[in-house]
Write a protein that binds this ligand. Structure first.
Ligand code: GTP
Ligand code: ZN
Length: 185
């Protein structure tokens, strides 16, 4: 697979008018192929393997918030990165999820070809599925290289997307508590 991808990258380099045989570029097709495979390795992961049974019984029914999870993804329109952070909150319903698993869930979906809105929803639904929480809230703030390096070339705009499930959707004070917490620095 890497070999086949590398050959495509060689063609891309040629198509861009460069010489894939020159010293600096000789290993580039292979490097680029490996890098792209890394950036899309989320396709090979599954929620079940990733969670690995790290769901624990707990009496707590107060909001749990995991803030500022770094996020690197690829926009599916241009295959350029979008970079930002993700905040996840949930209201446990007898079960809590191992802390690191939130970051793993973010990575699994971020390391695919994405648009930010779908990524946000997939993370929220995965957390809901695994924890059976009374509610899940996910906010992503990200900057899109396709907006910055090309196209409209806007350097200071960022996009915020959110998905609220269950109590976060139905109960305004719960949603407000979440928004206050993520905005408090
Ligand atoms: N909603 C949303 N749009 C995105 C995301 N990533 C990239 N886009 C947008 O996808 C759109 C694709 O528009 P097209 O007109 O088909 O492509 P384009 O000619 O390259 O567009 P420009 O970026 O405006 O130059 C652009 O408006 C991008 O800004 C994302 O995560 N969410
Ligand atoms: Zn884009």
């Amino acid at each position: 697979m890497t070999e086949a991808l590398a050959e495509h990258y060689r063609q891309i380099i040629l198509g861009l008018g460069e010489d894939p045989e020159r010293e600096g570029l000789r290993d580039t097709p292979k490097r680029a192929a490996k890098a792209m495979q890394f950036l899309t390795r989320g396709y090979e992961q599954s929620l079940e393997t990733l969670v690995n049974g790290a769901v624990f019984e707990s009496e707590t029914d107060e909001m749990v918030l995991i803030k500022d999870i770094e996020l690197y993804s690829l926009c599916e329109h241009h295959l350029l990165p979008f970079i930002g952070k993700c905040h996840i909150a949930y209201l446990p319903n007898g079960k809590v999820l191992g802390l690191s698993k939130f970051a793993r869930i973010v990575d699994m979906y971020a390391r695919r070809m994405q648009i930010q809105e779908n990524l946000t929803r997939q993370i929220a639904e995965a957390v809901q599925q695994v924890t059976q929480a009374r509610g899940v809230a996910v906010v992503i703030e990200a900057k899109h290289m396709c907006m910055m390096m090309r196209g409209v070339e806007k350097q200071n705009s960022s996009m915020t997307s959110s998905v609220m499930l269950g109590a976060f959707r139905e109960n305004a004070p719960t949603r407000q508590e979440f928004l206050t917490l993520i905005n408090s620095r």
